[in-house]
Design a binder for this molecule. Sequence first.
Ligand code: 3BY
Ligand code: FES
Ligand code: FE
Length: 424
Amino acid sequence: MDINAHLALDDDLAPAREATSAMLASRARNLSLPQPFYNDARLFALDMQEIFGKEWLFAGITCEIPAKGNYMTLEVGDNPVIIVRGDKGVIHAFHNVCRHRGSRLCVSEKGKVAKLVCPYHQWTYELDGRLLFAGSDMGTDFDLGQYGLKPVQVKTAGGFIFVSLAEQPPAIDDFLVTLEHYLEPYDMANVKVAVESHIVEQANWKLVLENNRECYHCNGAHPELLNSLQEFDDTDDPRATPAYKSLVARKQADWDGDKVPWQLRRFGKRNRLTRTPLLEGTVSMTPNGQPGCKKLMGRLQSPDMGSLRILHLPNSWNHFMGDHAVVFRVLPLGPQQTVVTTKWLVHKDAVEGVDYDPEQLRRVWDATNAQDKRLAEENQRGINSKAYEPGPYSETYEFGVIDFIDWYSERMQENLEHSAPSLR
Ligand code: 3BY
Ligand code: FES
Ligand code: FE
């Protein structure tokens, strides 16, 4: 039972729920979504409740909270979340909301604490969320045991941290086992964030994802990225040429020799993992295609590992190369505003200025992100016009977008159906 009296607001959204469900039921799979999905405040509220409020979200990397007391925070819409490492290396996640009068507990993006102390009236919580101290003014029969932090579901695999605000999140363990296996060669316990960027895009989060799921725009937009990235998604890409397929076969034989997984794996449409080669003669997404970090990741012996691409809907895509990795997290800020966080990972022992130059490491994806930001923002501005109508996706170039929108529609439909009024 939701203790917050949300009934009035839910009533406001009831017509939007019905309209959304009807639009999804009647939509054509090969068309972009109707305008409200990209710009309407009520539909955004539903996205936050039904997708970001219920699915598993990529939050960060375990190396960001390496030791007991290290924490990181993120905002899932209106819901601040804290992820903290407690005793014995265990990672906990909580609503970052004090049980006294609701102040946000941790205000920094990252930090290290002995206990979680509220900045307002100093209620003090253990790293496992138990309330330890509430001053001496709460009365003699005050029961600390009733006021622990509210837990958020959290799971980790291969160094990735996922959270879900749902009480009963969807099953994800089969993907996590595979993620762990694919990232074993990278020894994710021994990586560090070399560079981090946040960019705010004036575009709906789905436009950010749609843009990422196709390379139809790459030729026109991404000269830096196309120095190393193959525009083919994989050998199952309908455009893949015989030359590309034979390159893939050669590289796969090398990777087999290194005992590094490369096979395409899918978990519904939510997750996809595959290792694909970069352009011949390049090994990394750097301006000259050469390693951006001299120290390779994990147990890797060769920098020529192509890119292990990992997709996690609704909010992450990733490229793991031999010398470094680039991880992306998308969080909606409003109906037409989204923050994209990019982190460049290198071996923990790589030395800045000796093994890598952060400016070189970040250059290609900084440029690509800026280009994609413009594309998404222009997409948004056109969609806001009364002239916009859903347009056709290309089956050969935009199958990834079709898959994303299919996933979104299915999850939205199903979550709307199972949404008991008290849980909204
Ligand atoms: O490389 C990426 O992450 C995506 C996929 C294709 C185009 N885009 C830049
Ligand atoms: Fe946290 Fe008062 S709101 S101690
Ligand atoms: Fe792009």
